[in-house]
Design a protein around this ligand. Structure first.
Ligand SMILES: [Fe+2]
Ligand SMILES: [Fe+2]
Length: 264
């Protein structure tokens, strides 16, 4: 089976690129299951019901997020209503939402999606490694062979560590959060596909999606200033993983960075 994963969708430019490019990619690569990270889809921060509605007609099976999922109050409320919208699983108990979803392809293949968040240079959450163990233990692995992990983390080392920790137990570990694609896609010895960061779906003439002049002001003056989603050089960042549905192991992984010719 072929799983397509699209990295952090940034505001309106990211949503437009997704709307224009995703149906074509799904058709062209005959993908069976699509996962999209939407933590920055509403103006760069969080999700909203309006944004989710806008994406409702697209061929997307599951939405993952990250640290920014908590930025919009109305988005947080969605977490308990829509099981296909995940937040990282390793936040303390008591928070709304879940970090795992089990879906099914049109052909009847069950696919589990896990969303986890790293701790290096980020919040002090529960261990994403132990949480991964707990979530995998909840699955009936005779029925759910295909498992995909979005590991939302800052440090490349922590993301690679997760790949090796889960090697042989999941089909793919793909990183998000830095918004910068890495060129290290590979299949680990146990059969897990690993890519440290898939990159963002948004404006690349920017500093991680935001207008460079505004971000620069923060760095130069060391005082708070508002940020704004940039507009130019919009690209869709994704990875396509081919997973053997009988063994759950990856056969192939490839990376895309597709320009949105029409822009905003
Ligand atoms: Fe992000
Ligand atoms: Fe993030």
């Amino acid at each position: 089976m072929r799983l397509l994963f699209v990295g952090d969708v940034i505001g309106k430019p990211g949503r437009r690129a997704l709307q224009r490019l995703l149906p074509r990619l799904v058709d062209h690569h005959r993908t069976d299951f699509v996962v999209v990270n939407v933590e920055n889809s509403a103006g760069g921060y969080g999700v909203t019901p309006d944004v989710m509605q806008e994406l409702a007609d697209l061929p997307i099976d599951c939405f993952t997020t990250g640290n920014h999922v908590w930025d919009k109050k109305e988005g947080i409320e969605l977490l308990d209503r829509d099981p296909r919208l995940l937040r990282p699983a390793n936040y303390p108990e008591g928070n709304p939402g879940k970090g795992m979803y089990v879906g099914e392809t049109a052909g009847g293949i069950k696919v589990a999606v896990l969303n986890l968040e790293g701790r290096v240079f980020m919040s002090t959450l529960d261990s994403p490694f132990q949480m991964a163990d707990r979530l995998l233990a909840q699955l009936d692995r005779d029925k759910v062979k295909v498992v995909f992990v979005d590991f939302h983390a800052e440090a490349t080392s922590e993301k690679q560590a997760m790949g090796f920790y889960l090697d042989g137990r999941v089909g793919a570990v793909i990183g998000t959060h830095t918004h910068v694609p890495t060129a290290d896609e590979r299949i680990l010895p146990g059969g897990t596909a690993l890519l440290t960061d898939v990159g963002m779906t948004g404006p690349y003439e920017s500093i991680i999606g935001m207008r460079a002049d505004k971000v620069l002001k923060r760095f130069l003056l060391q005082t708070p200033s508002s940020l704004e989603v940039a507009k130019r050089d919009v690209r869709l960042a994704a990875a396509l993983v081919e997973i053997d549905e009988k063994t759950g192991k990856a056969r192939h992984i490839e990376r895309f960075l597709v320009p949105d010719e029409q822009q905003v």
